[in-house]
Design a protein around this ligand. Sequence first.
Ligand SMILES: NC(=O)C1=CN([C@@H]2O[C@H](COP(=O)(O)OP(=O)(O)OC[C@H]3O[C@@H](n4cnc5c(N)ncnc54)[C@H](O)[C@@H]3O)[C@@H](O)[C@H]2O)[C@@H](O)CC1
Ligand SMILES: [K+]
Length: 506
Amino acid sequence: MYIVTAEEMYEIDRYAIEHGGIDGKILMENAGRAIAERIIKQEASYQSAAVLAGGGNNGGDGFVIARYLQQSGFEVKVFQLVPDQKLTSEALYHKKLFINHHGGVETDINVEMLRKDLPYYQLVIDAILGIGVKGAIRPNIKPFISLLNECNQKIISVDIPSGLPANESVQIDTAVKADHTYIVEAPKQSLFTEWGFPYYGEWEIVSIGVPKQAYHRKSFARRWERDDVIATLRKRDTFSHKGSHGKGVVIGGQQMMPGSVTLTASAALRAGAGLLTVATVKDNISIIAHKCTEAMYHVLEEQDGTIKENDVTPFRTFDGAAIGMGMGRDPVTAKFTQRLIHDLDIPVIVDADGLHHLKPILNKVGKRNYPLIITPHYGEMAMLTEYTIDRIKLSPMAIAKEFARKYQLYVVLKGKFTIITSPDGKQTVSDTGNAGLAKGGTGDVLSGVILAMVMQHSSHLEALCNACYIHGASADMRVKTGRNTEIDMLASDVIDGLSHVFHTLF
Ligand SMILES: NC(=O)C1=CN([C@@H]2O[C@H](COP(=O)(O)OP(=O)(O)OC[C@H]3O[C@@H](n4cnc5c(N)ncnc54)[C@H](O)[C@@H]3O)[C@@H](O)[C@H]2O)[C@@H](O)CC1
Ligand SMILES: [K+]
């Protein structure tokens, strides 16, 4: 599934019109009919609907929906919020069609009139504004949006909740809080942002007959889904041996912090790594071994429990390294970490304390022969970029892309919507997972799954997408099957859930 900006959506529509020969009025017909059919099927208990139509093509979709709902027996009225002169030619065409089919349209209405009329209808269809919204919501429209947010009826938004920007990086003024949104053709960026998502309510996509080639010309962002994982996840070959699945190393864990490396190592093994070594300080080893019997160990030189400078040569023989978990932020440890990042010619994943050590040498990492993968959450991304967390939340895709391109690394920006970006700017979003993951240790687990996937897959981007999907799916599965709730789920439960996820994928 592609994720688009408003401009990209217009480009796709244009392609359908210019190259596919589909008239704009037909696209509107397709959109409105598809949405009406879903409403008729899914909202079978409703018999009446008020359609609020704006002047753009979103309003035009509203007229088509009204016509089909009326045909199926709904009592329908369209409340047209702007005069005819403001209607696009396509919207005007479909208004006329609706009237020809004896549809009722109310114009010249104000918010008080609508407040009185609305209770007569069971459903409210919000076709006021679509992806063409620009700037602050005008005073002639704003009160209608407020009215919808006050009313008790079920609100169904067409394409996007009116007033909500399609693109990230745009501040919300006022927007409809929908119960359900039928998204036309492709989800817009704001669906996968923390600030935009709550406005959509439940959501689903309706196709409007755009030729597939419209998507092939450009690399649009994508949502990574179950089918993508099934298509790309490497299955185990009958004749494979442990060496075929990657020999990984997890480097971290200063004294008193054995937990995070344990989680990373266990997750890597559970996610299919062939061999796994933990490089940590001596006193941690017996503790880790107690939890993760399958791992091997490499003792790191330390001073009073702090990891010192160590020889990096032994780590060159591995197929991948995850660095930074429980590592501590001591300057001596920083030197060692920086040398690992600089010298290791293998895929390296840097997380947690490792990200703090990485920051001063960011300008040098683009020259590495093998990929560097960083897995910051919003706080760590703020530390790395010096943007505020709020600023990153407003534009997560743009900021992740800017960073990945500038420093030529893979960025896994962790959150409810995890954004995975490759050095050339390709982006995917993984939205599996739940609030149970908002707990210490889950990031360590993700790093382990990433390590296992990266070592076994030739495409780093696909490996990262699969890791994020599977990690979140495990958390979802734990809750769905009643093994945990979002409250009590622990990072180690997410490791235990991986097995269940793999079962469902093969
Ligand atoms: N061919 C196409 O482009 C298709 C478009 N479709 C629909 O058309 C929508 C996009 O249509 P449009 O580009 O006409 O845009 P919209 O329908 O989103 O809105 C444009 C209208 O809103 C007004 N407006 C913009 N900013 C405003 C603000 N801040 N306050 C108040 N009013 C404001 C404009 O004056 C204009 O009348 C999509 O969301 C989708 O629903 C679908 O029918 C499928 C085909
Ligand atoms: K809308």
